[in-house]
Design a protein around this ligand. Structure first.
Ligand code: PLP
Length: 448
């Protein structure tokens, strides 16, 4: 196949080992996306689909944005790459200043990574480096939470809490990790927004401090809203309680905002939405509208200062970084995204559209195969009832919806819905209508 013709069905599907995919199933019946514009995708059969999950939560600004394409093109013509160690280029500093304007409190020091996974590894390592610089090198434990997703590197896999991601790799996971229980309680069924009950689950952290010794815990990492396991919204008061316990014991609180960052909840970060300021925030995905891989870690100034002060001038303060940390093409995309956020007031747009989306989402609860629905802001999760074995309902339903002209991601038996912020109400209507059609068709297929 020639390089100009990359969008047709390739002659061989054998060589590409696809990520998080049932490769055997896909290769028998491929689903290839050939074009994307605005809120729509086109597949290789020429069928138009509405993008109901902003890709993987990463394209809230819509597809094919000329401003970003032009920014990337111009950057590549001028400076395509500059290695980022012991030198820099202006754009990455400009971007850090812009990111710091949106991060809460004084989380003003920005470290660039390549993606969400590398942002999580970086955050964990920074927590360790900070305590060490502060004379507390014995703090090595990291507390995660069940049903958390923190990417696929070893640190993130270890602190994450999704069983299928962990079991194959159990013998190589990071030592010293302890998990809190997840916050999804049976009484939270069909609860929209923050549940009233469950804040006491944060006391798991206090219990872990008693059992393992708070003095050897470095950090506690949570997603403010667990995204990949289907929008698990924190109970009222839960995040506040985590903050109190971390403060009491000198533990750093890391919010993994790879999904919730950049407006998904209606505020720039979920931290502001829920009124809790962590010590470190990770972000990725929407940072570049998903177009160029990039992640970032925002740290409190005192973390940065402590690490800086512990090293003599002239030496490298943090032995960590990537070939692709803040490279020009990613920075150009991210700067263009920042301009669009501002010009189109997109966080407020997301906030204003959220009630309409949530109403539509919860209107699907009458469907007989729907077991539960959760939602917050422009995020939603639909749990399907179990169908013979875990994961089958989610996958079969995803395929029926794909045929019905709606594109999203299913994790296990949960359908992940996260519309783009540029959506109008008519697009939300289309998403909900097509979900209804797809889920109904799935139900019929099961009966035949
Ligand atoms: C909360 C969270 N952290 C980390 C990651 C990993 O990001 P990436 O896939 O860019 O490595 C994800 C990806 O979905 C995520 O949702």
């Amino acid at each position: 196949m020639s390089s100009e013709n990359r969008t047709s069905v390739p002659n061989s599907l054998n060589e590409h080992w696809m990520p998080f995919t049932s490769n055997k199933d896909f290769k028998e019946n491929p689903r290839l996306i050939t074009e994307a514009k605005g809120v729509y995708l086109t597949n290789h059969q020429g069928k138009k689909q509405i993008d109901a999950s902003s890709g993987l939560f990463c394209n809230p600004l819509g597809h094919g944005r000329e401003e970003i394409i032009n920014a990337i093109t111009n950057q590549l013509k001028k400076l395509d790459y500059a290695q980022p160690f012991q030198q820099g280029f202006g754009g990455s500093f400009e971007l850090a200043t812009k990111i710091a304007k949106h991060t809460p409190g004084n989380l003003n020091r920005i470290f660039y990574t390549m993606c969400g996974s590398s942002a999580v590894e970086t955050a964990i390592k920074i927590s360790i480096a900070y305590h060490r610089a502060n004379g507390q090198g014995e703090r090595f434990r990291i507390v995660g939470r069940e049903r958390g997703y923190h990417g696929m590197h070893i640190g993130g896999t270890s602190v994450g809490g999704m069983i299928n991601n962990v079991k194959t790799f159990a013998n190589i996971l990071m030592p010293g990790v302890v998990h809190m229980r997840h916050t999804h309680l049976p009484e939270h069924k069909f609860v929209s927004g923050q549940p009233e009950t469950g804040a006491e689950l944060a006391n798991d952290l206090e219990r872990i401090c008693s059992n393992f010794g708070a003095e050897n815990i470095s950090a506690c990492i949570v997603e403010p809203i667990a995204g990949s396991t289907g929008t698990l919204v924190p109970p009222k008061g839960y995040l506040q309680r985590l903050r109190e316990i971390c403060d009491k014991h000198g533990i750093l609180l890391i919010f993994d905002e790879v999904i919730t960052g950049w407006g998904r909840t209606g505020s720039p970060f979920a931290s502001q939405e829920f009124g809790v300021t962590p010590d470190i925030i990770t972000m990725a995905k929407a940072t570049t509208n998903g177009i160029v891989p990039m992640g970032a870690v925002a740290c409190k100034e005192e973390i940065y200062n402590t690490v800086m002060d512990a090293s003599p001038k002239g030496s490298v303060e943090l032995f960590h970084g990537y070939t692709y940390s803040g490279i020009p093409v990613a920075v150009a995309a991210a700067l263009a995204v920042q301009d669009i956020f501002e010009k189109e007031d997109l966080f407020n747009r997301a906030k204003n559209l959220a009630p309409y989306f949530q109403k539509g989402l919860f209107s699907l609860q009458d469907l007989e195969s729907v077991d539960n629905i959760r939602g917050y802001g422009m995020m939603g999760g639909i749990d399907m009832k179990l169908n013979t074995k875990p994961g089958k309902a989610g996958f079969e339903c995803f395929k029926a919806c794909y045929e019905a002209g709606i594109n999203f991601k299913a994790t296990g038996d949960c359908l992940i819905i996260a519309p783009q912020f540029i959506c109008e109400e008519k697009h939300i209507d289309e998403i909900i209508d097509k979900l209804r059609t797809g889920i109904t068709n799935y139900q019929k297929n099961q009966k035949n």
